[in-house]
Design a protein around this ligand. Structure first.
Ligand code: OAD
Length: 233
């Protein structure tokens, strides 16, 4: 591990599960009781904006109430102490990596605590609700939506991610089912570019066969042990 220069980490809902935030692909196929197309597509938002605003108002409140767990804190430590280049990409919309101490987290699917004005294109930090139709602080329009990447929309900063994957020595995937592209394709990109690939997940995922190594267990145990190995090694 001593020769590691560049690491790319991808996290998913599993890293926040032990902080009490539900993962997406539970047995019933619903996200907090809703079919995904109802609350996570532009079409669902156009059909019933009030339902979607209420849904993300609840997610925002849950994120604010949640606390980072040992996995977030270990990754925060890695972000501060790793001497090489580290890119931490998350599919999660919570801010638990930041509160666990990580710097420069790339939220490829957007953030629960950000809103996006459809009138003037401004984005704002937001901790309140949207269901009551607040005005955009920049332009005054009542046209703000959650700054979340829904199905059918382009994830953020893909160029920066692909660039880092092309140069990585190690790609680590933590707590993600490997079911949603383009994130599910990162392991193949990294491996083709010559990186070693490691998966840390509670159970075998759809992408497990693409990794050089898979370790199974809860993120709160596997991640601190792996970080210790990287920093101590
Ligand atoms: P999923 O719900 O699909 O997968 C979560 C993964 O975490 C599963 O493989 C679980 O086995 C694993 N897991 C659960 N608890 C864990 C724990 N304590 N420790 C380690 N692993 C654990 O969530 P994602 O892969 O993040 O997209 O889903 C990807 C995207 O699909 C999300 O970002 C979201 C969703 O639709 C958008 O909203 C655009």
């Amino acid at each position: 591990m001593t020769s590691l220069q560049r690491i790319v980490i991808l996290t998913g809902a599993g890293v926040s599960a032990e902080s009490g935030l539900r993962t997406f692909r539970a047995e019933d196929g619903l996200w907090e009781g809703h079919p995904v197309e109802e609350v996570a597509t532009p079409e669902g938002f156009a059909r019933d904006p009030d339902l979607v605003q209420r849904f993300y108002d609840e997610r925002r409140a849950q994120v604010i109430a949640a606390q980072p767990n040992a996995a977030h804190i270990a990754l925060g430590r890695l972000s501060g102490e790793f001497a090489g280049e580290l890119l931490l990409v998350t599919q999660n919309i919570d801010d638990l990596h930041e509160r666990g101490g990580a710097r420069d987290v790339l939220h490829m699917h957007g953030q629960a605590l950000r809103v996006w004005c459809q009138s003037c294109d401004a984005r704002h930090d937001w901790r309140g609700t949207l269901r009551d139709g607040p005005q955009c602080p920049s332009c005054g329009a009542v046209a703000m939506r959650p700054d979340i990447v829904w199905f059918g929309e382009m994830p953020y900063q893909m160029e920066r991610i692909f660039d880092a994957l092309a140069r990585a020595d190690l790609f680590v995937s933590i707590g993600t089912s490997g079911a949603v592209y383009p994130a599910a394709g990162f392991v193949a990109q990294a491996s083709q570019a010559g990186a070693r690939t490691l998966e840390l997940n509670l159970e075998p995922s759809q992408g497990s066969r693409f990794f050089d190594e898979t370790q199974l267990g809860p993120a709160s145990e596997l991640v601190p042990a792996w970080v210790e190995e990287v920093l101590g090694g």
